[in-house]
Design a protein around this ligand. Sequence first.
Ligand SMILES: [Zn+2]
Length: 328
Amino acid sequence: MEELILAADIGGTFIRVAIADSQGHILEKASTPVPKAPDAKAVPMKVLELCDALSAKHGGRRLISKVSIAAIGPLDIKKGAIIRPANMPYDVVPIADVLCNYFDATFILLNDCNAAAIAEKRIGAGKNVDDVVYITMSSGIGGGVILDGRLLLGKDGNAAEIGHTVVDMSMGMICGCGKKGHWEAYCGGNSMPKFAKFLVESKYDNVNSTLARKLKEGIHTVSAKDIFDYARAGDEFALTFIDTVAEINGVGVANVVDVFDPSVISIGGSVALNNVDLVVEKLKPFVERYAINRVPDIVPTPLGHDAPLIGAILAAMDPPPKSVFKAL
Ligand SMILES: [Zn+2]
């Protein structure tokens, strides 16, 4: 039987796992919510559990020669671990330490957005250009950059952690990482309800809005999806909030345009992909307003929610050198 690739996308909300053949064709795939267990090892163990279920009818775990993980950051690629992720309740998530015990395989670890950028360059929105940036707008915000045809990784594998760049110094929203003013603290799906509540209480106290009333009662009953639903239903504050988020997203994307000068920016992640009209389309005029560089094509990813997973498979077949944690 032929060798197999195990690819996983460990996000802030979901873990997606695929088994592919050595040519990169997906044979099986599945997803599951990120476990909420107190021990961070539950995360890699969930990948193993899905791997065993999906690979069973293709010969099982023993045929896997490459394990390629795309994970939320920040990473320590030398340790093969996620370090203090903003969107998971763990200090360290030991990916390689756990999974290497179960496989006789080459082990590759990449930031999820870096993996998605590889997918965009090879088969997605960036296949005809040398300079492409992938941005996820999901539970958090992240980026992956291919410039002059080369993936930027950086000393720890965390180049382009754009969600933790500062976009505001006056409102002082605190990010999931603990620091102030980060893009993700305003526009990440996990942070939106908190930011919306802050705006209701500081600026829009008298607005006629069901969403505003719910936020004043507490943020735990309001999700980012609820905010978009209220906006679509015409809620006055929800619409104002969506416009505010669009401007901040525009600032963030304009910074990316001015720092990297890409030909294409491909946007993925559930917040963006489920609301292309209210997120991707609405941020574009603000990029024009704030960027000085020539504004590139800004498109929703043609690869959908699987962009990081597809990137992990492609990275397994042709790994960026610094992403290889352990060679077979
Ligand atoms: Zn942050």
